[in-house]
Design a protein around this ligand. Structure first.
Ligand SMILES: C[S@@+](CC[C@H](N)C(=O)[O-])C[C@H]1O[C@@H](n2cnc3c(N)ncnc32)[C@H](O)[C@@H]1O
Length: 305
């Protein structure tokens, strides 16, 4: 069963402009919601290549998109490896690319994945459960200074020092292995007003750990550059972000790429969204997870013909 409602689908289709005969890349295919919309809009001959790091999400997307046959190719992998993967698939350039960054409802709603501070589960947080360290491993091994820096930089957590110190004290007594163990350490560490504020006191710590576990911001800027380099003439890259750290990277890299392309021999690049596009109010009402979404789009020029 599909758990994730794709965000800003109308806007993504409007800006990506899928058409019959086109070839599209969805770097974060998840459960395939956007992918399905792109395949529908590019019927009967548009093709879609989908990547995801999460084998479970990919299995759901495979089932959902099976009816599109050879028009849709799904592969387990990291969109950061695009330069290694696309040539293997016999593809040099694509007409449009979508990145829908971050976490899906499917991942958030499964307590055993350890992404949610609202349910108890192992402190895991890996998009790809077959690779890398879990959040529990990180929390067990990092220094207090490192932890504080992660919480400050990736969580923009005001109480980073207090929380980092409390986690280190706690792990001296017993290992922090579950989401609810971590939540109770955070709740005790922050001052009472932060405990009962507008957002759950564990929100920022969970965001920071998830970013570190999955190296979400590593190479994001460089990857955008590699993706843009794969756009065919008039191709567009659409990026949906859900927090300011990612959005800032996308905004600055798009601007820098467009500036660097100005006056060059290659067809230029134009940032089509001077300000990010936001979801309509009725979408946010129907799907609160859309509320922080921002969509930015860059286009490769048409060249000589
Ligand atoms: C917001 S969800 C995408 C939802 C999807 N657009 C849909 O309509 O169902 C983000 C997805 O990106 C995947 N992901 C995160 N980082 C990735 C990476 N570096 N490479 C490939 N997939 C990634 C996650 O596993 C997750 O399934």
């Amino acid at each position: 069963m599909v758990a994730h409602r794709p965000v800003m689908v109308t806007e993504v289709l409007e800006w990506l402009r899928p058409r019959a005969g086109g070839c599209y890349l969805d770097g974060t295919v998840g459960e395939g919601g956007h992918a399905e919309a792109i395949l529908e809009a590019s019927a009967p001959t548009g093709r879609l290549i989908g990547f995801d790091r999460d084998p479970h999400a990919l299995a759901i997307a495979r089932e959902r998109l099976a009816g599109y046959g050879a028009r849709c190719l799904l592969t387990h992998g990291d969109y950061r490896e695009i330069d290694d993967r696309l040539p293997d698939l016999g593809i040099e350039a694509v007409d449009g690319i979508l990145l829908d960054l971050g976490i899906s409802s499917l991942q958030l709603d499964q307590p055993e994945r350890g992404f949610s501070f609202r349910a108890d589960g192992p402190l895991d947080m890996r998009f790809d459960p077959s690779q890398g360290m879990t959040a529990a491993d990180l929390v067990a091994r990092c220094s207090e200074e490192e932890l504080e820096r992660w919480l400050r930089e990736y969580g923009e957590e005001r109480w980073a020092r207090r929380i980092a110190r409390a986690i280190v004290r706690q792990r001296e007594r017993e290992p922090v292995l579950t989401t609810q163990q971590l939540v109770s350490v955070i709740e005790r560490a922050v001052p009472p007003p932060a405990r009962y504020g507008r957002i759950h006191p564990a929100t920022r710590t969970f965001q920071a750990l998830r970013i570190v576990v999955n190296r979400e911001l590593d190479e994001l800027g460089e990857t955008l550059e590699r993706l843009v380099a794969r756009l065919a003439a008039c191709g567009r890259l659409c990026v949906l972000t859900y927090h300011s750290l990612e959005d800032r990277i996308v905004k600055h890299r798009f601007r820098a790429l467009a500036a660097a392309a100005r006056g060059g021999a290659e067809p230029g690049l134009t940032v089509l969204t001077k300000r990010p596009l936001r979801p309509a109010l009725d979408e946010v009402e129907a799907n609160p997870r859309a509320r922080s979404a921002k969509l930015r789009v860059i286009e490769r020029g048409g060249g000589q013909g």
